[in-house]
Design a protein around this ligand. Structure first.
Ligand SMILES: [Fe+2]
Ligand SMILES: [Fe+2]
Length: 444
C-alpha cells in the first residue's frame, strides 16, 4: 500500500505517518510539504493508493492539487484533511469524488477512512456531510466509540465533540446530560460501522449474559431504534433485514427466558417506554402474557406477534410516533384523510405490512396484524375502517394492547383497571369481546 501525505506542517505530517504505519505497518509512506512537491513525487512514484492532503499550503494548495490529480489519476482516492468546510473552496464546490477528514483528527479517523475506502465506500458526493442522530444513552452502551461524534449547532452546522476512539464514560455522559443534550450525531458514512460496533459490544455472548432483564429490554429497544434509522438510510437491504431478524429472535428469547418478568404495570409507567422503539418491546411482553392467558401461546403465535410488534411502526420516527397518539381520535383521522391523504401516518400500516411480504423469514399473518393495527373495535379506524368482525383475533389482541400503552402515554396516572372496566361496551363485539376478559385479568 502506497500513501502520499501532503502537508506543510511537518508535525502534522509526522502524526499522520505514525497513525498510518501503526495500523498498516506494510504501508510505504511518502511525504510532500506542498502541492508542487506532491505532483513531482507522484510522477516519480507513478501511482499511489491514497493521498492525504492539507488545503492551505505554499506553491500549489490542496484544491489545485486535487484538480491536477483528478486529471492524471481519475480514480485515486483523495482525502482532504482540513478543519474548514471543503465546499468553501471553489475547487471542491461541486466536486464529488474526494473524502474529507476534519482537523484535529485521531488515529481512528484516519484508519477508518482507509478501511472504508478499501471496502469500496464511495465519497459522500462532496455535499455537506449527512449526520444521523444517536441517543446519548445508546452511545453510553459502547465502551469506546470508534467514530467521531458531533453536536448539532444549527440546521447546517455540526461540531465535533468527541474523537473517534474516545471512551464514552460516565463523566462524558454527565457532561452532555448537564446541558440537557440527549442526542449527538455521527456521520452517515460511519453509521453501518457504528451499528456493527454496537452489536459487537452489547450482544457479545459474555456481556449479554451478565445483563439484567430490565437492561436487556432497554438494549433491545435501542437496537430497534438503530434498525429503524438504518432502514430509513439504507432501505430494507439484506443487511438491515438481517439486523431486524436478529433483534426479533433476541426479543423472543428474552420473553421466553423471563416469563415472569412482565411487571407490566411498572413498565407502563416508565417514561422511556413512551418512545417508539421501547413501546415495541413492551408490546411484545404484553402480547405474550395475553396470548398465554388466551391459550394461544404456541411458539408460532408468539413469534408472529413479536414480528408484528417490532415491525408495525418501523416506518415512523419518534416525531411521527408522538403524533400518532392523537390518531386514536376519530375526528383527527378524518381530518388527516382530508388534509394529507398520503401522510406517512395514515400509510404506515400498509407500508410496514408490505415490507414483511418480501421478507423470507417472516411468518404468515404478520402482514395482516400490521395492516390492521390501527383498525378500531367500532369500525372507525384506518387505513380501511374495517368492521370489527373483519379484524383477525391476533390483530384484535394487538390493538387492545396498544390501547393500553397509549392510554398510559396520554395519562400516566391512569387507573388501568377502572379504565378497562369502563371500556367493556367499546370492546363488546367479536373478536374483541372474547379477548377483553383476559386483558382485564392482567390488570386486576
Ligand atoms: Fe402504528
Ligand atoms: Fe404502535
Amino acid at each position: 500500500m502506497k500513501v502520499l501525505i501532503v502537508e506543510d506542517e511537518i508535525d502534522v505530517a509526522d502524526l499522520l505517518q505514525i497513525f498510518i504505519s501503526l495500523e498498516f505497518p506494510e504501508a510505504e509512506i511518502t511525504i510532500a510539504t506542498d502541492g508542487q512537491m506532491a505532483l513531482d513525487k507522484l510522477s516519480v512514484l507513478r501511482s499511489v493508493d491514497f493521498i492525504f492532503s492539507d488545503f492551505n499550503m505554499p506553491k500549489i494548495n490542496g484544491g489545485d492539487l486535487y484538480l491536477e490529480v483528478r486529471k492524471q489519476f481519475p480514480n485515486l482516492p483523495f482525502i482532504l484533511v482540513t478543519s474548514e468546510e471543503p465546499k468553501k473552496h471553489k475547487q471542491f464546490n461541486g466536486a464529488n469524488d474526494f473524502y474529507h477528514i476534519d482537523k484535529p483528527f485521531s488515529d481512528k479517523d484516519i484508519n477508518n477512512r482507509i478501511v472504508q475506502i478499501q471496502a469500496g465506500v464511495k465519497p459522500a458526493a462532496g455535499k455537506s456531510r449527512d449526520y444521523v442522530p444517536i441517543d446519548v444513552r445508546t452511545l453510553q452502551r459502547l465502551f469506546k466509540i470508534n467514530t467521531a461524534v458531533y453536536l448539532k449547532i444549527s440546521a447546517e452546522k455540526y461540531v465535533k465533540v468527541l474523537h473517534a476512539g474516545t471512551e464514552f464514560n460516565q463523566s462524558e455522559v454527565q457532561r452532555f446530560s448537564d446541558k440537557a443534550i440527549d442526542e449527538l450525531y455521527i456521520e452517515k458514512i460511519e453509521f453501518e460501522n457504528f451499528i456493527k460496533d454496537f452489536r459487537k459490544n452489547v450482544f457479545a455472548r459474555l456481556a449479554w449474559e451478565k445483563v439484567k432483564t430490565e437492561e436487556k429490554f432497554d438494549i433491545l429497544a435501542d437496537d430497534v431504534a438503530l434498525i429503524g434509522k438504518a432502514s430509513r438510510i439504507f432501505g430494507w437491504s439484506p443487511a438491515v433485514v438481517e439486523l431486524a431478524q436478529e433483534n426479533i429472535s433476541n426479543v423472543i428469547n428474552l420473553v421466553k427466558s423471563e416469563p415472569n418478568f412482565a411487571k407490566l404495570a411498572n413498565m407502563l409507567k416508565n417514561e422511556k417506554n413512551k418512545k417508539l422503539a421501547s413501546h415495541t418491546i413492551l408490546l411484545t411482553f404484553m402480547l405474550t402474557e395475553l396470548a398465554t392467558r388466551m391459550n394461544w401461546a404456541s411458539q408460532g403465535t408468539i413469534e408472529k406477534l413479536t414480528f408484528a410488534a417490532i415491525l408495525h411502526d418501523i416506518e415512523l420516527d419518534d416525531d411521527l410516533f408522538a403524533d400518532k397518539q392523537t390518531l386514536m381520535m376519530h375526528d383527527e383521522i378524518l381530518a388527516l384523510k382530508e388534509t394529507d391523504p398520503d401522510s406517512k401516518l395514515l400509510l404506515h400500516p400498509i407500508d410496514a405490512s408490505q415490507l414483511t411480504l418480501n421478507w423470507p423469514m417472516c411468518p404468515s399473518d404478520v402482514d395482516v396484524v400490521i395492516r390492521q393495527h390501527h383498525e378500531r373495535p367500532d369500525g372507525r379506524g384506518f387505513p380501511l375502517g374495517l368492521a370489527p368482525f373483519k379484524i383477525s383475533p391476533l390483530s384484535a389482541a394487538f390493538i387492545m394492547c396498544e390501547d393500553v400503552i397509549y392510554k398510559c402515554m396520554i395519562d400516566s396516572d391512569a387507573d388501568l383497571k377502572n379504565y378497562f372496566i369502563n371500556q367493556k361496551e367499546y370492546y363488546s363485539r367479536e373478536p374483541f369481546k372474547s379477548i377483553y376478559p383476559k386483558l382485564l385479568e392482567i390488570f386486576l
